[in-house]
Design a protein around this ligand. Structure first.
Ligand SMILES: [Zn+2]
Length: 149
């Protein structure tokens, strides 16, 4: 194990207070919690308020296994900490409707399911476009046929 200093008590307390002493995953909200690094400790090598989040042991394990997206975790932390949704949306370039939908939908969802969901949304958009194009072609064809007769 590498030499990793303990998280200062004051810092630990403020992160816990921010999260309301509950797991920061909206669909979880379990107690007790432990602190997790959003960007892995091995990369940042320091304890900062922005990079620490309160998670229950279950969510912490899921996060460590890569089942929870770290960007989403960061947004959840900010939201739990009282950053207004409008500010979060500006910062991350999303609409508030997207945020609420996403929080309800993906809050407790693991990364593989989330990836599948995004894939399906993309597929759906593609199909819609294909359908619109096919419909246009058939209208053009119909028009051409009508002129012939
Ligand atoms: Zn949890």
């Amino acid at each position: 194990m590498e030499n990793r200093p303990a998280i200062p008590t004051k810092l630990k307390r403020s992160v816990l207070v921010e999260a309301g002493h509950r797991c920061a995953i909206p669909t979880c909200r379990q107690i007790p919690v432990e602190l997790a690094h959003i960007t892995p400790w091995s990369k940042v090598k320091e304890h900062t308020y922005e990079n620490l989040i309160a998670l229950c042991p279950t969510c912490h394990t899921r996060f460590d296994r890569g089942e929870i997206d770290s960007q989403i975790l960061g947004i959840l932390k900010q939201a739990a900490g009282g950053v207004p949704v409008s500010a979060l949306c500006r910062e991350h370039g999303m609409s508030s409707a997207t945020f609420y939908k996403w929080r309800a939908k993906y809050g407790g969802m693991d990364a593989s399911l989330m990836a599948r969901m995004k894939e399906l949304e993309k597929e759906n958009a593609k199909l819609k476009k294909m359908y619109a194009e096919a419909q246009m072609k058939s209208e053009v064809l119909q028009e051409a046929l009508e002129k012939k007769w």
